[in-house]
Design a protein around this ligand. Structure first.
Ligand SMILES: *Cc1c(COP(=O)(O)O)cnc(C)c1O
Length: 436
């Protein structure tokens, strides 16, 4: 299968090139040239299948021509070595808990898959066993998902750059205590400085001649497409429970729109989902687009669901591409909601009080959208994208109770932090990379 650019000004490329390059040469996003449809029989039996088995069938349908069977199977099984359970909450609403991976957030799925695929392609393309070096700038959560996703993957080294003192202790612990092939670089500067260092490194000819550099950006097809696996598994779990699967609505807390776009492609592949909800915090660019047909990006606003603080969602180009730029077609399958911090906090508190289910601020946005948008004959699934303990201070303040930190998170806090300290000038970063 080949991948085209949403900007359409560059030739199609192989999966390998799309994964290694990340972004197309014309700055567009890669999309699969065909969206294959799964056979009906697959959906009849899906209720009896495991997450890994389902994901392998889906992955093989998409990537089967480009990756050898046993390798693809290993990648899928190794990526998904944790469960993604569907939990009943109340009424006709279910939570798809995407926080049982190593960093307790859904980005683990895409990061783990991409790491393994990149390791495989690197081995294929160079017999000399040279390293591929992943550079990633983070303001918090991306760094932890990428670092943990790539941890121990042969042939790949990761350098995580983060602004000193501007990341929470728990976030920092998740990428500064790993060791092995992961190096954390503590930059005396801002997140923008970290991003500038990474950008400069990709543009520096001498550095690129010296070492193979790549990014683990969330627009990469290897991070974005695997996110569709769990939509299929959510359907399977409803079926297994003997629930009505004829009117499924999936509500997705959305920032850069990678997660929801993966679901939309899953639907094109035949997954019987009736419609989607794109749930926004106060960063309501997509909501406004649905309302007016006009897309006007803005600067992002800080909210308590901060992983969704995006003013110009990078995957919007993919959504438009999927619906051939038809606003009507987009609106026929996706509706939108937007909530303020007060509303998000109120939803976390009320839901906890009334049902005992503790939402994180991101999941709360999606849950409230179902509360307001679900019809009685529909079955709602919202994606619970992170464990509430990742936002401990916010959640505790809202519910007025202390909460336990899961062992998996606490373990990071007990390990030693190890970083390389650096100023924000490019020369020191370049000299460092030339020397490692
Ligand atoms: C990244 C993130 C989101 C937003 O996902 P997109 O794919 O960018 O729309 C939602 N919730 C959490 C917890 C996240 O980390």
């Amino acid at each position: 299968m080949q991948y085209y650019s949403t900007n359409g000004n560059t030739p199609k490329v192989s999966l390998q090139t799309a994964v290694v390059k990340g972004l197309a040469a014309d700055r567009g996003l890669f999309m699969p040239e065909r969206i294959p449809v799964l056979p009906r029989a697959f959906f009849n039996n899906i209720g009896e299948m495991s997450l890994q088995d389902i994901s392998y069938v889906v992955a093989n349908t998409l990537f089967g021509d480009d990756i050898e069977d046993t390798t693809l199977k290993d990648i899928v099984y190794d990526t998904l070595n944790f469960d993604i359970p569907l939990k009943y909450v109340t009424g006709n609403k279910y939570s798809l808990e995407l926080f049982h991976g190593p960093t307790l957030a859904f980005k683990d799925v895409g990061a783990r898959f991409m790491a393994r695929l990149l390791g495989y392609f690197n081995k294929l393309s160079n017999g000399d066993g040279s390293m591929v070096n992943v550079l990633v700038a983070t303001s918090g959560d991306t760094g932890s998902a990428v670092a943990n996703g790539f941890l121990g993957v042969p042939g790949v080294r990761v350098f995580v750059l983060y602004p000193q003192g501007k990341v929470s202790r728990i976030q920092e612990a998740q990428f500064t205590t790993l060791g092995q092939n992961i190096t954390a670089i503590e930059v005396n500067g801002t997140f923008d400085d970290c991003q500038a260092l990474v950008k400069n490194a990709f543009m520096d000819e001498e550095l690129n001649a010296h070492m193979k550099l790549t990014s683990a950006n969330s627009i990469n097809v290897a991070r974005f497409l695997p996110q569709m696996f769990y939509y299929f598994y959510a359907y399977a779990q409803l079926l297994k429970r003997g629930q009505d699967v004829s009117n499924i609505v999936v509500s997705v807390p959305s920032g850069n729109f990678g997660n929801i776009t993966a679901g939309l492609i899953g639907k094109r592949m035949g997954l019987p989902i009736k419609r989607f909800i794109a749930a926004n915090n106060s960063n309501d660019i997509f909501f406004q687009y649905l309302k007016t047909g006009v897309y006007s990006p803005k600067s992002s606003i800080a909210t308590i669901a901060n992983a969704m603080d995006v003013g110009d969602p990078s995957n919007f180009a993919r959504v438009l591409d999927l619906y051939r730029h038809s606003h009507d077609a987009v609106c026929a399958e996706i509706s939108g909601y937007t909530y303020t911090d007060e509303q998000i906090a109120e939803t976390v508190a009320e839901t906890y009080k009334n049902t005992g289910y503790l939402l994180d601020p991101h999941g709360a946005v999606a849950y409230r959208s179902l509360e307001e948008g679900l019809e009685p004959e529909e079955t709602g699934i919202f994606l619970e994208t992170a464990h509430p303990a990742k936002f401990k201070a916010t959640v505790e303040a809202v519910i007025g109770e202390e909460m336990d930190i899961p062992d998996k998170l606490a373990a990071f806090l007990n390990r030693d932090k190890k970083t390389v300290k650096m100023n924000s000038g490019f020369m020191s970063f370049k000299n460092y990379l030339m020397s490692v």
